[in-house]
Design a protein around this ligand. Structure first.
Ligand SMILES: [Zn+2]
Length: 154
């Protein structure tokens, strides 16, 4: 539990990952939010910026949460650019089931690196499927970049 930060949900993966040291996919932790790799990525480097609190939408975010969420989103853009040199990046929030939210009621900002012609994650070259980068490998690449960005940008 994160104490004063608000009610958490027991069966919410983002609440679970908000607890310090609990998730090896976490790339960076701030005061009120964190950055985590997507376990089911659309592309290599697909990550999410998440408030610690079980907040369902932007309307319910505190001023602190808004600021840190945007700072981490900025850092994520910079880290992905440095680590993967993508041709583009999708940055988005899905609110509610019809909008495609995989986890309901806990806001998260997706960042998905894109490459010309990638069309989707299951890229095929001839008949060979291009396997995704190992998640641990992606985390090892991105974590030090986030660390440096956080240090330089307080
Ligand atoms: Zn939650």
């Amino acid at each position: 539990m994160t104490g004063a930060s608000g009610p958490q949900s027991d069966d919410c993966i983002f609440c679970a990952a908000s607890e310090p040291g609990r998730d090896e996919l976490v790339l960076a932790r701030g005061r009120v939010s964190y950055v985590i790799l997507n376990l089911y990525p659309y592309n290599n480097g697909h990550l999410m910026v998440v408030p610690n609190r079980h907040a369902p939408n932007l309307a319910t975010l505190s001023a602190d949460e808004q600021v840190e969420l945007m700072r981490f989103t900025r850092h994520a853009e910079m880290a992905l650019t440095e680590a993967y040199a993508p041709h583009g990046i999708n940055i988005g929030i899905n609110l509610g089931k019809p909008a495609g939210a995989g986890v309901l009621d806990h806001l998260h900002v997706h960042l998905v690196p894109r490459w010309n012609g990638d069309t989707n994650f299951m890229t095929t070259l001839g008949n060979t499927r291009v396997l995704p980068e190992d998640l641990a490998q992606g985390a090892a690449k991105l974590r030090p970049i986030f660390e440096r960005l956080q240090k330089d940008d307080v």
